[in-house]
Design a binder for this molecule. Structure first.
Ligand code: CO
Length: 136
C-alpha cells in the first residue's frame, strides 16, 4: 500500500557543484554523501520535512545513472519515490494487475537499508517510480 511521497531524485554531473548551487541560490543544505555500490551511485539528500530531494552522481561508467547523463548531460529528474508499507506485498499487488516491477527478483536495498523496487515507467504514466519500504 502506498503511504506517501519519499523523494524526487535528480541525476547531476557533480554532487559538489549541485550542493553549492542549492545552498547559494535556494538556501538548501545537502546531507552526508553516501555510496550505493549496487546501483553505482554517490548520493545525498536534501531534507524538506515532508519529503526529500535525492541527488545522484554516477560512481562508474557502467552505472545506469551514467547512461542517463549521456542522454541528459546537464542532469535532470530521474525518478520519484513513493513510500509503501511493504515492498513485497505492494509489488505483488501491482504485478498482479499487470505493472512490471524491474529487477531480477532479488531484494534491493537503499543506503538506509530499506527495501526498494522500481516500477517500469510505461506502467506508471511515463515516469520511473521507486517504491521504498517505510515501516511503522
Ligand atoms: Co530514489
Amino acid at each position: 500500500m502506498i503511504t506517501g511521497l519519499s523523494h524526487v531524485s535528480i541525476v547531476v554531473p557533480s554532487l559538489d557543484a549541485a550542493a553549492k548551487r542549492l545552498s547559494e541560490v535556494y538556501g538548501l543544505a545537502l546531507g552526508e554523501v553516501k555510496i550505493n555500490e549496487q546501483q553505482g551511485v554517490r548520493l545525498a539528500y536534501v531534507e524538506l520535512g515532508n519529503a526529500k530531494i535525492e541527488l545522484m552522481e554516477p560512481l562508474r561508467a557502467d552505472s545506469p545513472v551514467s547512461r542517463f547523463l549521456e542522454r541528459n548531460p546537464g542532469g535532470g529528474i530521474h525518478h520519484f519515490c513513493l513510500a509503501v508499507d511493504s515492498v513485497e506485498s505492494t509489488a505483488a499487488d501491482i504485478a498482479a494487475k499487470g505493472a512490471r516491477v524491474l529487477g531480477d527478483g532479488k531484494p534491493q536495498l537503499n543506503v538506509h537499508g530499506e527495501r526498494v523496487a522500481f516500477v517500469h515507467p510505461k506502467d506508471f504514466l511515463g515516469a520511473l517510480v521507486e517504491l521504498e519500504e517505510h515501516r511503522g
